[in-house]
Ligand binder design. Structure first.
Ligand SMILES: C[S@@+](CC[C@H](N)C(=O)[O-])C[C@H]1O[C@@H](n2cnc3c(N)ncnc32)[C@H](O)[C@@H]1O
Length: 255
């Protein structure tokens, strides 16, 4: 079961336990009752194997919802908020890959892995707002940079960003990374989440081009051994896992 149904289940169970069994008997005031429901839902979330970062969301969800209702905002605002969230975080529920962005340290580390002075094909699997592509395409005009993205709003913003930056060596594709042919690329970059890494590993094993390199930001493949792990000197100590296809030496020399 993916995260959202488990969050809903935890909140519903907490609601049932507290509002039918506890609150009528002990006459708890509204504020502590809402916090109590959040607390019980947070614990139930752990039982339902939600990751720890859902604890605080589950804890504050009932209080936040009731506070928002008390503000009596017009209903269309909620609809608008939901639509925006959906258009940005399109892949959070199904693929379990939300939108978060690579930082400048990572862009620089990636740039160091690209070959100077000869053409190559690079792809960012789930290219988000296109920042990584714009940066690298500016540094390596001889490279062909591709982005694949299926969240509508990030795709549109990345398209606009690349147009404004006048990067002629970027191509953005609207669609799923699972339909991409990894054989077409010399260097593949992915910043996804733990959820799709096993599937990505299978795809990489069956489609890799000889001499290609796959760099995964933060998330290792479950079975393959990386050729190298770069730990960056940024605040989150970003780790880049470098996988090379069979017969490769170092990414920089082979791409
Ligand atoms: C963590 S973000 C990384 C964005 C960008 N690569 C960067 O490093 O700044 C992951 C992106 O992958 C996209 N994504 C997740 N699953 C996808 C799929 N199956 N097909 C296309 N894009 C996907 C998400 O919409 C999100 O924009």
């Amino acid at each position: 079961m993916s995260y959202l149904p488990r969050v809903l289940l935890a909140q519903l169970l907490a609601f049932a336990i507290l509002w039918w069994l506890v609150v009528p008997q002990f006459a708890i005031a509204a504020l502590p009752a809402l916090l109590l429901q959040g607390g019980v839902a947070a614990l139930l979330g752990l039982v339902l194997r939600l990751p720890r970062w859902w604890l605080s969301i589950n804890l504050l969800l009932p209080l936040t919802l009731i506070s928002l209702l008390a503000l009596e905002l017009p209903p269309w605002l909620y609809l608008l908020g939901f639509a925006l969230l959906l258009l940005v975080q399109w892949n959070s529920a199904g693929e379990r890959v939300p939108l978060y962005l690579s930082n400048r340290h990572t862009w620089q580390a990636l740039a160091e892995q690209l070959p100077a002075g000869r053409p190559f094909h690079f792809v960012d699997l789930g290219s988000g707002l296109g920042g990584t592509l714009c940066y690298l395409a500016g540094k390596y005009p001889q490279g062909q940079f591709n982005g694949i993205e299926s969240a509508p709003l990030p795709y549109a913003l990345a398209w606009l960003r690349c147009k404004l930056a006048r990067r002629k060596n970027i191509r953005l594709h609207y669609g799923s990374i699972w339909d991409a042919r990894l054989k077409d690329y010399d260097l593949i970059y992915a910043f996804l989440s733990p959820a799709p890494m096993a599937r990505l590993e299978q795809k990489w094993q069956s489609e890799q081009r000889a001499g290609a390199t796959l760099i995964s930001n933060s998330f290792a493949m479950p079975s393959a051994s990386p050729k190298e792990i770069l730990e960056l000197n940024d605040r989150r100590h970003t780790r880049l896992y470098l996988y090379t296809s069979q017969g490769s030496t170092s990414p920089r020399s082979k791409v």
